[in-house]
Write a protein that binds this ligand. Sequence first.
Ligand code: PAN
Ligand code: ZN
Length: 190
Amino acid sequence: MSDNIRPFVTEVECATGVASPPGNYVRRTLSQVQEIFASREAAERALESGDRVVYEVYNVKVPEAEGHLQHCSSIIQPGKVGYEYHMTKGHYHARPGTAELYIVLQGRGYLLLETLDGETAALRMQPGAMLYIPPFWAHRTVNTGEEPLIFIGVYPGDAGHDYGTIERDGFRLRVLDLGSGPVVVEQKRT
Ligand code: PAN
Ligand code: ZN
C-alpha cells in the first residue's frame, strides 16, 4: 500500500524558514502563549504595547499514520518577556515512545528537555546542529539570539502532541537573561 502519496519536495528558505507550499501553518502570538512565561506581570506589560508573533510553524501535510514522517520548519522570533527569552509551548508526544530530530538552519538558542521521572537536559542550538530528542522526552525550544531561530523537525507520522502535561506542570528548565546573557536555571517543583 502506498496511501496514494507520491514522493514530493517542500522548499524551505533557510534565511526565513518559510516553507513552500506552506502546508498547515501555525502562528503563536504572545497573547495566545502568555501563560508559558514565568512572569505573568511581564507578559501583561509586554501586551500593553500590542501583540506580537512569538513563533510560527509550517507543517508539511503528511498522513498522521505509522510509517510516515511528519516534518516542519519552526521559526522563533527573537525577544524576551521580562527576563525570559521567547520560546515554544513545549510538549510530549501523544505517543510518548516516539523520537524527533531537529536540524538547525539559522539562529541560536537552547533545546530544553525533560522526562516524567524528573531528568532534564539543555542542548545548544546553532546552525548545522542536529539534535536528537529520544522517546519519552518533552521538548521546548528557546531563542537566545538576536535573529530568528529556524529549525526543521522530523518525527513519526503518528506521534501526535500532548500539550496538557506541560501546561499543567510547567517545564523544569527555563532560560533567563539576568543581565549577562542566557543562563539555564532549574526550578524545583513543590
Ligand atoms: C515541533 C514543534 C514546534 C512548535 O515541530 O511542534 O517547534 O512547538 P510547540 O509544538 O511546542 O508549540 C515538534 O517538536 N513537533 O513534534
Ligand atoms: Zn515534538
